[in-house]
Design a protein around this ligand. Structure first.
Ligand code: PSU
Ligand code: MN
Length: 300
């Protein structure tokens, strides 16, 4: 049986109860362009360390799930010619069994982190219910997995390319508490709000940790902490809405389906905004890594 490969640093920290923050790799391989992705990957790890926790970036390499990529492995995942598949939880068995490599999504990263003894995970955006899901049935496995695995996921909500109201309903059905970090609004990735409220709000890492610890006593589901993009990095709403309309049109015209939808839309945002959305993406994910590390420190 393939064992999870933990870096020495991650294994030591987990075994001695020190704080660890899991980081995903799909955001690197499919969400950010080559060049920029490696820079962001390194800064994410530095940010986690600066806040007193150990970073564990996760991917599957040659059939082995790796928790805590080395510097060389991080470079491999971020390489322009990496050619990595996007692996959701259902893809882990095939990728591992067949000796393949791939980047992990929120669903698969949460599952691997949990198995490796890590309870806190930071990312940019959660997958959700796609617009038109009533016809397409396109609902990210991230939601179902959060309903089953007790990981705290710190993210900036879901992209406004998704059906946010439906996503919040599915999270409720899955018994996933949704907490706003210093906000009453559910954030929409590039935007701090999109008119949807969160049921609960926390004001600091200690409160978030208290909620997570209490939740774990009574439920086996995860917790979603929604941390809005820093105010100074929020995208202009008009620019955002225009690019979103174009992107959705592009997806329809090119008949993009399934797991390719998010990467295609993201790329369109980055191109059409001439990098503004990239800066926004970077700012929010760094902010989430810092917050996740602070909560991991509280929980440890
Ligand atoms: N949202 C983003 N950036 C991303 C993703 C989502 O803003 O990179 C990635 C994450 O890895 C997430 C996955 O878990 O897309 C969801 O994909 P799907 O909808 O195919 O489940
Ligand atoms: Mn999907």
């Amino acid at each position: 049986m393939t064992q999870i490969s933990r870096s020495g640093e991650v294994a030591d920290a987990v075994n001695s109860g020190r704080p660890v923050v899991a980081l995903e790799s799909t955001i690197l391989s499919h969400g950010l362009p080559p060049g920029r992705n490696l820079d962001v990957a390194r800064r994410l790890e530095e940010t986690v360390r600066a806040a007193g926790a150990v970073p564990a970036t996760i991917a599957v390499l040659d059939g082995t799930p790796v928790v805590g990529l080395s510097a060389t492995q991080l470079e491999r995942v971020c390489a322009a010619d990496a050619g990595l598949d996007k692996l959701s939880l259902r893809d882990l068995g095939p990728a591992i069994g067949l000796g393949r490599s791939g980047a992990t999504t929120v669903a698969s990263t949460s599952a691997l982190a949990h198995k490796a003894g890590i309870g806190v995970f930071a990312t940019g955006g959660l997958g959700g219910v796609h617009v038109g899901a009533a016809e397409s049935w396109d609902v990210s496995a991230d939601l179902g997995v959060l309903g089953r695995i007790p990981t705290l996921v710190v993210c900036s909500g879901v992209k406004s390319v998704l059906d946010i109201a439906a996503t919040l309903e599915v999270l409720e059905t899955a018994s996933v508490p949704v907490l706003g970090y210093r906000t009453d609004q559910f954030p929409a990735f590039y935007l701090r709000s999109r008119g949807f409220e969160v049921p609960w709000r926390v004001e600091d890492p200690a409160q978030a940790a208290a909620v997570v610890a209490a939740h774990r006593e009574y439920a086996s589901s995860g917790v979603l902490l929604a941390n809005p993009i820093p105010l100074e990095s929020e995208m202009d709403r008009e620019l955002h809405d225009r690019i979103l309309r174009e992107g959705l049109e592009l997806v329809r015209a090119k008949e993009v389906h399934g797991k390719d939808v998010t990467p295609v839309l993201l790329e369109h945002f980055h191109e059409a905004s001439e990098g503004v959305s990239l800066d926004a993406n970077e700012a929010l994910v760094l902010s989430n890594a810092k917050l996740a590390a602070e909560i991991a420190v509280e929980l440890a």
